[in-house]
Design a protein around this ligand. Structure first.
Ligand code: OAD
Length: 249
């Protein structure tokens, strides 16, 4: 005989398909630097030098060293309660025949390490590298440089981080558009809303007439477009919100 608790997850949840956009703020409490805060990455580096195709062409050693440092930093960073809460949300909704599409601008791997499965990295992944010659993408936990040989085509000197630079097209835009069309809620977490097309998803949600919630340390640039905002550290605000929309057993 089924227990009462078993019915909790076969009951309809408030939302069936949630699209969640995350940014650097969700990883801040894991020790990964944000970009536009006072002590952020862009206070120390000019993005044109380290995050554009032109910067890479001008000084590949500098760009490799920038991403090698950040890749090395992943080895000591661990997911925080906000990452775990989003993985739990995905599981709880799945038990109620719902789903979550997690769209992250982050190049760290903390969402997957926390257990999220339905995840797209629209700005690429630090844990992968790509050959500029043959296009092959491979996993990489260590440093690369101008002398690195592509494991696929064997050519030296064409490897680059598998990340999206300014002036390049973000990845998985078709999948994101499909997920938005199916969504009944859009949630934005830990992002300043400064970079498009990610920052445009809230306007798309409103055009699709679905509610949009912002969870962030402070109001983002597009705060006025959201139907609701909750402000505080992701490690506090996100688990509380998840337990509200998809209560634990
Ligand atoms: P930003 O650095 O622009 O914004 C981070 C946001 O997180 C800010 O609104 C902070 O207030 C908020 N924040 C900081 N600590 C937080 C915490 N503990 N809990 C919750 N929120 C917190 O980072 P992104 O919006 O992710 O792109 O930046 C978007 C893109 O710009 C990045 O993917 C990167 C960058 O340039 C590329 O490199 C192509």
């Amino acid at each position: 005989m089924a227990h009462e608790a078993d019915f909790a997850h076969t009951q309809k949840m408030k939302y069936d398909h949630i699209v969640i956009l995350t940014g650097a703020g969700i990883s801040a409490e894991s020790g990964v630097a944000t970009f536009r805060d006072a002590d952020g990455v862009w206070a120390k580096y000019d993005y044109r030098d380290v995050a554009t195709p032109e910067g890479f062409a001008a000084n590949p050693d500098l760009v490799h060293s920038f991403y090698n440092q950040r890749r090395a930093g992943l080895k000591t960073a661990t997911p925080n309660p906000a990452h775990y809460a989003l993985a739990a949300l995905e599981q709880r909704l799945a038990l109620a025949n719902g789903s979550v599409t997690l769209v992250t601008q982050n190049v760290d791997d903390l969402h997957e390490r926390a257990g999220s499965k339905s995840l797209v990295h629209m700005h690429g992944e630090l844990a992968k590298v790509r050959c500029g010659g043959c296009g092959a993408v491979s996993l990489c936990a260590d440093d690369i440089g101008v002398e690195t040989v592509c494991g696929s085509c064997g050519v030296r000197g064409q490897m680059r981080p598998h990340v999206v630079w300014f002036g390049e097209m973000p990845m998985f835009m078709d999948e994101i558009a499909d997920a938005m069309r199916r969504a009944d809620l859009f949630v934005s977490i830990g992002t300043s809303g400064a970079i498009y097309p990610a920052a445009g998803l809230v306007a798309e949600a409103r055009a699709l007439s679905i509610p949009a919630i912002e969870l962030n340390l402070e109001k983002s640039e597009s705060a006025a477009l959201f139907t609701e905002g909750r402000y505080g550290k992701a490690g506090d605000v996100v688990p509380a919100w998840v337990d509200e929309v998809a209560p634990p057993r």
